[in-house]
Structure formats: C-alpha cells, structure tokens
Design a protein around this ligand. Structure first.
Ligand code: ACO
Length: 428
C-alpha cells in the first residue's frame, strides 16, 4: 500500500503517483505507470534520482556516512566477522548459526578448484595481459565449463553457481597474477581460511612452504569485507541488467567485472596510489590541492569524493587504521602513507572540499595497503572484483527471485534526425 501520493502537473493535466517508503531511507515516487498515463518518460542520465529495484541487502546513508549489510554496520563486520560469514549474510539474509557457517565454509571449500582445462585458457593470454582482462574472460568462460549450474529457473542450480563463483574467484584472481609473473599456478589449500588460501595461491610457490602472516591475513579479510557489496553501484547495476535478460550467472558476473574495471569505479585505488606516488612528499601537497580546485585543470584528488557519501566513507576509516597496522607489521615506513595522511588532513581543512563535501573514499588508503603487501597495482581492481563477487551474487539472486523483476530497458530523449528518405549513394 502506498504511504502517500505525489502529484505531477504536465500541461493542464494532473496525475497522481504513489509514494513508497522503505524500512529506512528516502521515499521513492513510483512512476511505473508514468508513460502509460502521460506519454512522457523521466530523464535521469547517471540515474542520480532513480531507484532501479527493491533490495533488502545493503543500506547506505551518504549524508551520515552509514553503510549497513542486512542491517549490520560495516565497521562491526570488518572488525568482528569473517569473509565467508559476510558472504553467507549477504546471500542468505541472516548471520549463520555455528552449524550453518561450518556447512557453508565446507561447501565453499569444496568448490575452490578450477576445471583443469581452464589452465589452458589462461595460456591463451599474453603474459602482459591486465589481470582484469583475464578475469573478464575466465569468469565468462566458466559458463562453458559448468553447464550444470546455468539454468537460472532452478533455485538449486542458482545456489550452486553462487557457491562456485564465491569459491573460485580467489583461485581465478591468483592464477591471473601467477600467469603474468610467469610462476606456476598454485592449487588451493582448503585447510586455510578463505583469505589465507588466496594469499598462499598468490604469493606462495610449490618449491617451499608458505606461512600466512596473521596481520596480513586480517588486513586482507578486512579489505574483502569492506568491498563485499555497495548497493546499486555501476557494476552491480550492470550485473542486474545483464541478469534481467535471463543471462547465466557467470556471464552476468563477467559483465560486472568489465564495468568495475573503469577508473571512476574499481580502478580508483590504483589511480589514488599513482597520484600519491606522483606527489611524492608532503611539501608538494599544496600544489596538488590547488590543481584539484582549479576549474581549468582536469586533475582531481583521486580517492576523494563519492557519488553517494557526502561525509566520511565509513570504509575509509577502517582502511586508514589497517594501513598503519600493516606497515607497522612489515616494519616499513612508506612515504606514500605519510603523504596520504597529510593530504587527507589538509584537504579536510580546505574550504573547497568542505563546501563540496568531499571526503576520502574507500580507495584512498586501500592502494597503500595492497602495495605494502606486495600486490602490483594492476591487481588492485582484480582484488576488488574478487570481493565484490559476493555482493553481485547476492544481488543477482535477489533480482531473479523478485516477482516484480522485468528485463531492464531504459528509454531515451531522442535528439537525432527525424524520419527522412534514403538517398542512393550516387545521388548524395
Ligand atoms: N577532486 C576535486 N574536485 C572534486 C573531486 C575530487 N576528487 N570530486 C568531485 N569534485 C568536485 C567536482 O569538480 C564538482 O565540482 P563543481 O560542482 O564545481 O562542478 C563537484 O565536486 C561534484 O563532483 P561530481 O563529479 O559532479 O560528483 P559525482 O558524484 O558525479 O562524482 C566521483 C563522484 C566520480 C567519485 C568524483 O568525486 C571523483 O571523480 N572522485 C575521484 C575518483 C575516485 O576516487 N573514485 C572512486 C569512487 S569510490 C568507488 O568507486 C569504490
């Protein structure tokens, strides 16, 4: 039942549309009948004022800097939970009991290996291929290897595909890394945690045992949890849009990976680290802040600002603490971290950033951490894709089970030529 109505006056006609209220957050005006009743569409490039679906997974209050997964604050999950537990929560809606978590962790561990034939697929890539290029290709190709979980009308197959995707992403990402550095692929070790297994597959070699450093393992776990889901962002909307046509889950997640690759989305942590390296030392910060404020200079402070957060990104706070922890553990003093901390402080006191509500986002410190752990910059987005797969899978499942779901098909404001007659080439 609608809670209220909104009235739209178009010409001399007034039409009323239901206003719907969620459990928390802004109301939405239900305009599904707008075109049928008025013959007009809405115009909203970038979907800044458009809710595309109902969802019970993630809630963000950008003004207050709040991020909740199934109601639980992100900082509590990052501090106290594990990645498989957060995955269970996102996909199933509730925190698991001990037995449920054990069963889920066991199920995920049974799916960590890749079909052996997929190793040949990797070998078709150039050694200098970007890991995201490999990830797009390999994840899309899973649909050619796991035919028994591509029938989206069967809930059991949907769940098997979901488990496979969550379980295989660390293996796929680690193999992409190993391939580009020319080292042998490492098979998963299911006795390790989700994160520990990933670290071993990435940095271990078959020639010697690999010991997982608990501080690095905790930092990675936090990074994975902080990236697990973020409501209807560009890549998640891409997954939903691809899925709305009935495409199989592996193809949908491959589409999400493609979208995430862009520098305005998943590529921003790489850009932030590059910027911090370019700044080099704290004395040069004012010059870069001045450039970021200059209307005639396209330069922006990477890792600052967010479409939704107009306050501190709650994930950035956890990242900042984790960066300091990792560098301490590794006994490294990194001028990049000093530059980041100083830049944050100066920008937050600057009128331009205060007025435009530009705060550090999740990407500002994550690059510093990943760099200290030893990941090359082009792996950063691949790690983001690994973690976000959980959110994509949860959102995809929610969409498929939603009786109101339809194929996604936006309309447009057409500004091209009206109808005209074809002219044969010799008469043009
Ligand atoms: N540095 C300097 N100025 C900025 C910055 C920045 N990082 N971000 C926004 N602004 C300014 C814009 O110039 C604009 O100024 P104006 O009103 O005078 O024209 C104003 O703030 C609003 O910016 P928009 O680009 O309109 O805001 P939008 O919501 O579209 O953009 C975005 C958000 C893309 C994240 C932007 O802040 C940005 O480019 N940041 C840097 C890239 C980045 O860190 N991206 C990561 C996002 S988080 C993620 O994907 C996980």
């Amino acid at each position: 039942m609608p809670d209220a109505n909104a009235t739209l006056k178009l010409g001399n006609e007034e039409k009323s549309f239901p206003v719907l209220s969620g459990s928390v957050g802004p109301d939405v005006i239900d305009i599904r009948k707008l075109y049928a009743e008025t013959g007009a569409f809405t115009y909203d490039p970038g979907f800044t004022s458009t809710g595309s679906c109902q969802s019970a997974i993630t809630y963000i209050d950008g003004e207050e800097g709040v991020l909740l997964h199934r109601g639980y604050p992100i900082d509590q999950l990052a501090e106290q939970s594990t990645f498989p537990e957060v995955a269970y929560l996102l996909v199933n809606g509730e925190l698991p009991s001990k037995d449920e978590l054990d069963q889920f962790t066991y199920t995920i561990s049974r799916h960590t290996m890749l079909h052996e034939q997929l190793a040949n697929f990797y070998r078709g890539f150039r050694r200098d291929a970007h890991p995201m290029a490999i990830m797009c290709g390999v994840v899309g190709a899973l649909s050619a290897f796991y035919h028994d979980s591509t029938d989206i009308t069967d809930p059991k197959q949907r769940m098997i595909a979901s488990h496979r995707l969550i379980a295989k992403m660390p293996t796929i990402a680690a193999m992409a890394y190993k391939y580009t550095v020319g080292q042998p692929f490492m098979y998963p070790d299911n006795s390790l945690s989700y994160t520990g297994n990933f670290l071993r597959m990435t940095f271990g070699v078959p020639a010697e045992p690999y010991e997982v450093n608990p501080v690095i393992e905790r930092a990675m776990r936090r990074i994975f949890i902080l990236h697990a889901d973020h409501e209807q962002n560009a890549s998640t909307s891409t997954v939903r849009l691809a899925g709305s046509s009935g495409a199989n889950p592996f193809a949908c997640i491959a589409a999400g990976i493609a979208c995430l690759w862009g520098p305005a989305h998943g590529g921003a942590n790489e850009a932030a680290l590059n910027m911090l390296r370019e700044i080099g030392r704290p004395e040069r910060i004012p010059e870069y802040i001045a450039r970021a404020k200059d209307k005639d200079d396209p330069f922006r402070l990477m890792g600052f600002g967010h479409r939704v957060y107009k306050n501190f990104d709650p994930r950035a706070k956890v990242m900042k603490a984790t960066a300091a922890e990792v560098l301490k553990e590794l006994g490294k003093s990194d001028p990049v971290l000093d530059t980041a901390q100083e830049l944050e402080q100066l920008a937050l006191q600057d009128e331009y950033f205060i007025e435009k509500k530009l705060y550090p986002n999740v990407d500002f410190y994550s690059g510093v951490i990943l760099n200290a752990i030893g990941f090359p910059t082009d792996m950063f987005t691949a790690l983001f894709a690994l973690a976000r797969t959980v959110g994509w899978v949860a959102q995809w499942n929610e969409m498929i089970s939603d009786p109101e779901q339809k194929i996604g098909r936006p309309r447009q404001l057409y500004v091209g030529e009206p109808q005209r007659d074809y002219v044969p080439v010799e008469q043009r």
